[in-house]
Design a protein around this ligand. Structure first.
Ligand code: DGJ
Length: 732
């Protein structure tokens, strides 16, 4: 079969290719790792011919975008019904046609006509529009539906971006039932699937299982990304790859609610991954001249196992997603666990003074500062500073915090309302509900109907009034319940409308307040995704601050997202969520692997403990440029290396590194693990000092990478759960 033209997308270490068949179909050719500078041999990657043989499995299409009815055995990328022009009476029952024959019509380079759904519009993201987009246009002649497959390679980070734009160029309205953002094809074979899943308090747990034959659905039906599953999959040839080596494919969906990933594993060994908005309630009419853009999908592959793909996504988000921000994230203090709802001006001032004294750079007031919010049963929706708590408003506190040399942050949960609030008393119709039916509450709250522009406008002006009156540098954006009765002004469009309104509100605030940063919270890790990465500079990963539990949570988070967006707090010795007692050193070691935060009651620290806080914060500041700007290598993983976790953060030139070692558990009788470093200048001589500046190692980069280091540097230290070690390596 003649395939031409060929569209080949190169990243530094991979390629993706598709071509136009004789029938004018846009067909997938190949996606694989490929050495820098090497030309992929695409012939081998060509899909087999479709034939008229009896085996139906052989008849599946490899089209990049399949239309409904064009091929029956697999999920179509686009499902639409098309009212054809007048037909003979006896044929009328056959209409509307549920058939799209999408054929290639054109290719151009430049900016796509429309941004993907979920793309940032605050003007701070690096080069979102720029770069070399390829627009491959397909058309169904009968319906006049045109589809642009927009695709762009990001060579420097080994990621490919893609999404679809659907346009009705005809004169009839098309009923669009569903459009996936991408339908990806893997090489023929059987696969292991890795997901990040969990629940509140146990988020981002990595889980691998064989991909079964048939359909596998991963999904979340709500207005946030979800605590239970991430819109992110990793696939490896069954049994033939690992965390750190072997062929691995990864795909992330850049969307923040109501999503689905549908993986089809056919008996023919064909495997397709569809990612997009959830097909339920995604029906819409596309009138003549109207268009629809899907969210974006990010894809990456590597020969270095899950960690190879993770490294690509981390670099992508750091350099291509993150809103422009200061080079280093400040050390944060958050008063939630120290105060819960019992705030007062004096108490917040005391905490702020002590925090500043310890070296904190950003002070965040959490829940409880507004309306009647003295507990979680009232106040949400009334974004007016409570005079009961702050008699002169928040400005004096914000001024005091700034005078102490820190930034000032404030908690909001903009999409929610308590029935016990002025907003709800005035507008009981402004929540998601079905008339005459129960409005079920979650954490005593209801969800505001962001499908109604009036509601969004009200919340926006309330937030602006607070931010105009009192300088705020940082918003912690929370969301603490999931959807039940999703009745909305927007009807079944509510899922998309809510996410659009949320993105729009964030973008508006980021534009209006140029110095403002937003942290995504959602009960911990409930709103972490590639679309949020373009507007939120950091993420509260989990409410679970137990250092022991954080090992797996943080391993999981950084499998998809960069450590410099991962907020981690040191909280009380006896953990509030699990009651486990963890040493201060263990708590700091875990929190220093991302953006360091403090969440304990620093105003009540005994002097010796305060001194330890000061020491750790100052040590973090010495190595923070490596944690936040360096390349992460996991030199030991608890599941593979006898409960040992070692993270290495290395400067881009390989001449400086920070190594963080934590023993998750110690099983009597187990032996020491020797871990190998990576990414160092092989010829440089390194000196490694601990947090006290005491020299612990002196060796060449090559030795540290080949021979490695024993897990415990002998100094009589105990080998016990929570045992930690730090090494700051610089060239001698
Ligand atoms: C859930 C968050 O994850 C916590 O950190 C805290 O902000 C509470 N909400 C406040 O209600």
């Amino acid at each position: 079969m003649k395939h031409s033209p060929l569209f080949s997308f190169r990243t530094r270490n991979s390629f993706y290719a598709c071509s136009v068949s004789e029938e004018q179909r846009l067909v997938f050719n190949g996606w694989a790792p490929c050495a820098e500078g090497e030309e992929p041999i695409l012939e081998t990657a060509r899909p087999p011919l479709l034939n008229n043989w009896i085996s139906q499995d052989n008849r599946q299409r490899c089209d990049e975008v399949t239309g409904v009815g064009d091929e029956a055995l697999q999920e179509p990328s686009i499902f639409a019904s098309v009212p054809e022009a007048a037909v003979a009476e006896h044929e009328a029952p056959y209409l509307p046609a549920r058939h799209l024959a999408l054929r290639f019509v054109a290719h151009r380079r430049g900016n796509p006509e429309h941004l993907p759904a979920g793309a940032p519009r605050h003007g701070r993201s690096p080069e979102f529009r720029g770069g070399d987009w390829h627009i491959l246009s397909l058309r169904d002649e009968l319906s006049a539906l045109e589809v642009d497959l927009c695709i762009r390679a990001r060579p420097e980070v080994d990621v490919i971006e893609r999404y679809l734009i659907l346009r009705n160029t005809g004169s009839q309205t098309l009923e669009l039932k569903h459009a996936w953002a991408a339908s990806l094809q893997l090489p023929f074979g059987q696969w292991d699937l890795t997901q990040l899943c969990g629940a509140w308090g146990i988020e981002f747990q990595r889980k691998q299982q064989p991909l079964p034959l048939g359909s596998t659905l991963l999904e979340h039906r709500s207005i946030n990304t979800g605590l239970g599953l991430q819109p992110y999959v990793l696939l490896q040839p069954r049994g033939r790859a690992s965390r750190v080596s072997g062929l691995t494919y990864g795909a992330q969906l850049a969307w923040s609610g109501h999503w689905r990933i549908h993986i089809e594993q056919h008996h023919s060994n064909r495997c397709r991954i569809h990612l997009g908005e959830h097909p339920e309630d995604s029906r819409r009419s596309l009138a003549p001249g109207e268009h629809l853009a899907t969210p974006m999908v990010l894809m990456s592959c590597s020969e270095q196992g899950e960690e190879g793909v993770a490294r690509n996504f981390r670099r992508y988000h750091r350099y291509c997603s993150q809103p422009k921000r200061e080079a280093l994230r400040p050390v944060l203090y958050n008063s939630w666990e120290a105060a819960y709802f019992n705030l007062s001006m004096q108490q917040q001032l005391d905490l702020a003074k002590q925090a500043a004294e310890l070296g904190v750079e950003l002070f965040v007031v959490d829940d409880g500062w507004f309306g009647g919010r003295r507990h979680d049963r009232a106040g949400l929706g009334d974004w007016v500073v409570s005079r009961e708590v702050f008699p002169d408003g928040l400005k004096p506190l914000s001024d005091a915090v700034h005078a102490l040399g820190m930034k000032f942050g404030l908690w909001f949960e903009p999409e929610m309302v308590n029935p016990d609030s002025d907003l709800y008393r005035e507008h009981p119709e402004w929540v998601q509900h079905y008339p005459g039916r129960e409005r079920s509450e979650g954490r005593n709250q209801l969800i505001l109907d962001f499908g109604n522009p009036e509601v969004v406008k009200n919340i926006r002006s309330q937030m602006e009034a607070v931010l105009d009156e009192c300088p705020v540098d940082f918003i912690k954006w929370d969301l603490n319940r999931s959807v039940s009765e999703a009745g909305s002004f927007a009807g079944e469009q509510i899922w998309r409308r809510h996410v659009e309104a949320l993105h729009g509100l964030m973008d508006h605030l980021l534009k209006r307040y140029p110095g403002l940063d937003i942290q995504s919270c959602s009960s911990g890790g409930g709103r972490v995704d590639a679309a949020m990465m373009t507007r939120n500079c950091q993420f509260w990963t989990s409410d679970n601050t137990d250092a022991h539990c954080r090992i797996a949570i943080q391993d999981g988070f950084t499998l998809g997202y960069p450590q410099d967006t991962m907020e981690c707090w040191v909280t009380f010795e006896k953990n509030h969520q699990t009651s486990r007692i963890c040493s201060l050193d263990f708590r700091f070691a875990m929190a220093m692997r991302g953006v360091l935060g403090i969440g304990s009651d620093v105003s009540k620290l005994p002097p010796e403990e305060a001194e330890r806080y000061r020491m750790w914060i100052s040590f973090y500041k010495q190595i923070r440029h490596l944690v936040q700007g360096g390349r992460l290598h996991r030199a030991a993983l608890p599941e593979l290396d006898d409960e040992l976790s070692v993270w290495q953060f290395t400067a881009p030139d390989g001449k400086e590194a920070y190594v963080s070692l934590v023993m998750r558990d110690y099983r009597l009788g187990s032996h020491l693990v020797q871990y190998r470093l990576a990414d160092l200048d092989p010829d440089a001589m390194f000196v490694g000092v601990d947090e006290q500046g005491i020299e612990r190692v002196r060796a060449r980069g090559r030795e540290l990478m080949a021979q490695g280091l024993p897990a415990v540097i002998p100094d009589g230290g105990n080998l016990c759960p929570g045992h930690v070690r730090h090494l700051h390596l610089t060239t001698a």
